[in-house]
Design a protein around this ligand. Structure first.
Ligand code: ASP
Length: 338
């Protein structure tokens, strides 16, 4: 570049994830791997096309996440995991890095694409977060189509719930035997929702950088199998599971949400970059190390304002991919993280 030239512009593009967990090649059929790779690529292409045509980072994030919500492979929208009562309760959030405007919904049951409702909260309400029936009434007021909760439910998730319930009941009985003062394994016991081999796979997220240098981040999930009492994880919590700030980076997380909330993961990455001047890889690795130190597992995708992407995770695998105007393009499933 010659002195005096305008600053070379950053590449535009996006990165996505489809959840972290005990995802190992030995347990995945070639057909399943092909299906996951195809779904991730389709979501990347949907987002990239929008950016390529001059669309905003926020538009690209919504387009990529919508694809993943509509795909029953992932734990978001159709195919979301089931609560203790056997229904789907969905959480989603979005953030625009320009002015740090944000929108989120939690515990929605009838909105086909929760990421679109989160965006409506950001763009068409003075609020950041709406929950449950209130969020759904807001959707009604905007003319969103309601779908029955059955639309989201799949047989695969029903079997996962059965196994999770049996495991949680056995764990509660064992804990009570070890310490009889503990509350009995009755219907009011709160499962630990351990982020184990069953409760993984599939929260979705996207981070994008558009031609104008704007960042955005979005995350959407059904939460964790066998959750109850209105449990909400990190995905719809701005600063925990999702964050975007044009001055630093855009982040979307996946993992055991309670730990990501406690470690305030997404905002911490942005803050480390802003205050400590860390590159995005260092900041993202440090945030995941902090989650691990608390005992949590999961991963993040983090995109810097310069177009650098970090995707650290401390689980065996994470569905992930990226596509950028400078030719970077890949889809990965298994570890180790790059
Ligand atoms: N983070 C999500 C939650 O805790 C779960 C996931 O990422 O799979 O609700």
């Amino acid at each position: 570049m010659h002195p005096g030239n305008a600053k070379e512009s950053a590449p535009f593009g996006l990165a996505i994830h489809g959840g972290a967990g005990v995802i190992v090649r030995a347990e995945m059929t070639p057909e399943a791997e092909t299906a996951y790779r195809g779904a991730l690529q389709a979501a990347l292409d949907a987002g990239f096309d929008i950016l390529n045509q001059g669309g905003t980072a926020t538009d690209a994030v919504v387009a990529a996440i919508k694809r993943l919500e509509d795909d029953p492979l992932f734990n978001a929208g159709k195919g979301a995991v089931l609560t203790h009562e056997g229904i789907c309760e969905l959480d989603a959030s979005i953030m625009d890095g320009r002015e740090r405007r944000a929108g989120a919904v939690a515990g929605v049951r009838y909105t086909r694409n929760p990421i679109e409702l989160a965006r409506a909260v950001m763009d068409q309400s003075p609020h950041v977060m709406l929950v449950g029936e209130g969020a759904e009434r807001f959707a009604d007021s905007l003319g969103f189509e309601r779908v029955p909760n059955d639309y989201f439910q799949t047989e695969r998730r029903r079997l996962q719930l059965e196994r999770a319930r049996q495991r949680d009941e056995a764990a509660a009985r064992q804990a009570q035997r070890a310490d009889p003062r503990q509350s009995s394994a009755d219907e009011f016991s709160i499962p630990d929702l351990a982020f184990d081999a069953e409760r993984k796979w599939g929260t979705v997220g996207a981070v994008a950088l558009d031609r104008s240098g704007n960042l955005a981040a979005g995350t959407s999930t059904g939460g964790m199998t066998n959750k109850r009492f209105g449990r909400v994880g990190d995905s719809p919590i701005i600063g925990a599971g999702n964050y975007a700030d044009n001055r630093t980076c855009a982040v979307s997380a996946t993992g055991h949400g309670e730990y990501f909330i406690r470690a305030n993961v997404a905002h911490t990455i942005a803050l480390r970059m802003a205050l400590a001047g860390e590159p995005v890889h260092t900041a993202a690795q440090a945030a995941i190390a902090d989650v691990a130190a608390l005992g949590g597992t999961g991963g993040v995708i983090a995109l810097s304002k310069d177009g650098a992407v970090a995707m650290p995770f401390n689980t065996p695998g994470m569905y992930r991919g990226l596509r950028f105007s400078d030719g970077r393009s890949r889809v990965d499933i298994f570890g180790p993280s790059p």
